[in-house]
Design a protein around this ligand. Structure first.
Ligand code: PMP
Length: 405
C-alpha cells in the first residue's frame, strides 16, 4: 500500500523533486496530480513510435492506435463500474463534461419555469454552465445549504426538491473541504421528483472506489489530470438510455453517420459527442494512469489520505491561530484559515520550505462567502503523500507564526 511504500512510490514521480533535487512537499494534488513515469512513458510512446490518427486510417499503425484509444475507453468504463464503454464520452475535462450536459441534455430537457438544484460548495465549473443554461431557457437555480460541518444538507435537499426540478448537480467530494456527499441518498431524492443527478467526481475519482450502478447517479464527470493522468482529457459518463437520447453537441468530423447538404445524420453515442480528432495520446496515457492508480486499491488510497488528513488536523489543532474548516471525515483535502495571516503569505513562506499548498478561493467563491473568508489555505494529499509532508507543513506553519508574531 502507499502507506508503507512511500519512497518507492515517490520514486515513480519525477515531479516530486525540486529543481535542485530536494524532496518537494507537494500538497496541491486536488488542483492537479503529479504524474508517474508509467504515465509519462505511455504518453511518450503514443506521441512517438506509436503515433498516428484513429478511426480513419486503413494502415496498421492507425488501426493499432484505434485499438489503444478504444481500450482506454473500456478501461475507464471498468474503473467506474459503467455498464458499457459506450457510456464513456471523452471530453477535455470535467468542465467540458458539465458544459456538454448543460447544453445538450439541458437544452432538450430544461424549460421555462423549471429549476436546477446546486449546492453552496460547488466548484465554479458546476455553477456557471447551469447559470448559462438557466438564463437561456428561463429556468431558476436553487442552492442547497451546508450542514454545520460542511456537508451538503440532504435533509434540506429532500425537503426542498420539487417536480419542477429537472437537474440536481452536486460535488461528490468538495475540492475545498473534502466533504463526501451521501450520493445514494441524493440520487433517491432527485429521482423521487423525476430529476436527474449529476455528480462532479473530480475529487472522488482519484480517491474512491466508484460504481455507477451503486451510486445511482445519471451523469458523472471527472478530469484525467487529477487522476495522475495528463491534462486535456476527462470523462463524461451518462446512463446509456440518457446518452442515447441526447442531441449532438459540437458538430464536425467523427460525430456523423452521413453528411449531406440536404441533411446530416449523426453517429450513435459516444461518437456523437466526440467531434473532431480526439485526444488520442491523452486517452492512452489516462489508461496508464487508471492502471497505476487502481493497482494500489482505491479503498487503500482513501484510507491512506484520510489518515494523513487526520494527522494534519490533529497537528494543526494545537495552533490557537488556526481555524480548521470542513468535516473531520474528509477525503484527502484540508482547508484552514490562520488568524492574521493571509493564505497567500502563508503559501509564500511555505514555498521557501519546499511545501506547496494552495491559497485562494479554489474556484468556489460562494463557499468562501458561506465560510466568511475571502480565501483559505488548502493542503491536499495524493497517493504519494506521506507523514514527511505533514511534518514539513507543520514546520512551515510554526515558522510563519514566528514571522508574524
Ligand atoms: N470540480 C471540482 C470539484 C474540481 O476540483 C475541479 C478542478 N479544480 C473542477 C470541477 C474542474 O476541473 P477541470 O478544471 O479539470 O475541468
Amino acid at each position: 500500500t502507499p502507506a508503507s511504500a512511500g519512497d518507492q512510490v515517490r520514486a515513480d514521480f519525477p515531479g516530486l523533486l525540486t529543481a535542485d533535487g530536494q524532496p518537494w512537499h507537494y500538497l496541491d494534488t486536488a488542483a492537479t496530480a503529479q504524474k508517474p513515469r508509467q504515465v509519462i512513458d505511455a504518453m511518450s510512446r503514443a506521441l512517438g513510435e506509436d503515433y498516428a490518427t484513429v478511426h480513419r486510417g486503413v494502415y496498421s499503425r492507425s488501426a493499432n492506435m484505434t485499438l489503444g484509444f478504444e481500450a482506454a475507453r473500456k478501461r475507464v468504463a471498468k474503473f467506474i463500474g459503467a455498464e458499457s464503454e459506450d457510456e464513456i464520452v471523452f471530453v477535455r475535462g470535467a468542465t467540458e463534461g458539465i458544459n456538454l450536459v448543460a447544453q445538450s441534455w439541458g437544452q432538450a430537457n430544461v424549460g421555462e419555469g423549471d429549476r436546477i438544484m446546486l449546492s453552496q460548495l460547488e466548484h465554479h465549473s458546476n455553477i456557471v454552465p447551469w447559470q448559462m443554461l438557466a438564463e437561456g431557457v428561463g429556468a431558476e437555480i436553487d442552492v442547497c445549504p451546508l450542514t454545520e460541518d460542511g456537508l451538503i444538507d440532504l435533509d434540506w435537499l429532500e425537503a426542498n426538491l420539487t417536480k419542477r426540478h429537472k437537474m440536481v448537480a452536486l460535488a461528490h467530494v468538495s475540492n475545498v473541504l473534502g466533504s463526501i456527499l451521501g450520493a445514494k441518498r441524493a440520487a433517491r431524492a432527485a429521482h423521487a421528483v423525476g430529476a436527474k443527478l449529476l455528480l462532479d467526481g473530480c475529487q472522488s475519482a482519484p480517491r474512491m472506489r466508484l460504481d455507477m450502478a451503486e451510486l445511482g447517479c445519471d451523469f458523472f464527470v471527472f478530469s484525467g489530470h487529477k487522476l495522475y493522468g495528463p491534462t486535456g482529457i476527462g470523462v463524461l459518463w451518462a446512463r446509456g438510455e440518457i446518452l442515447d437520447e441526447m442531441p449532438p453537441w459540437q458538430g464536425g468530423g467523427a460525430m456523423i453517420d452521413t453528411v449531406d447538404f440536404g441533411g446530416t445524420t449523426y453517429a450513435p453515442a459516444p461518437q456523437r459527442f466526440e467531434a473532431g480528432t480526439p485526444m488520442i495520446t491523452e486517452a492512452i496515457a489516462l489508461h496508464a494512469a487508471v492502471d497505476y492508480t487502481e493497482a494500489f486499491g482505491m479503498e487503500n488510497l482513501f484510507a491512506h489520505e484520510a489518515r494523513l488528513v487526520r494527522k494534519a488536523r490533529e497537528a494543526l489543532s494545537h495552533f490557537n491561530s488556526i481555524r480548521l474548516l470542513g468535516p473531520e471525515k474528509s477525503a484527502g483535502i484540508l482547508s484552514f484559515a490562520m488568524e492574521g495571516v493571509h493564505p497567500h503569505d502563508l503559501g509564500t513562506i511555505l514555498d521557501e520550505e519546499n511545501v506547496a499548498i494552495r491559497a485562494g478561493h479554489h474556484c468556489a467563491q460562494p463557499l468562501m462567502e458561506h465560510l466568511g473568508v475571502p480565501a483559505t489555505a488548502r493542503a491536499s494529499f495524493g497517493l504519494y503523500s506521506d507523514e514527511s509532508d505533514v511534518e514539513a507543513l507543520v514546520r512551515g506553519i510554526e515558522r510563519t507564526q514566528k514571522i508574524f508574531a
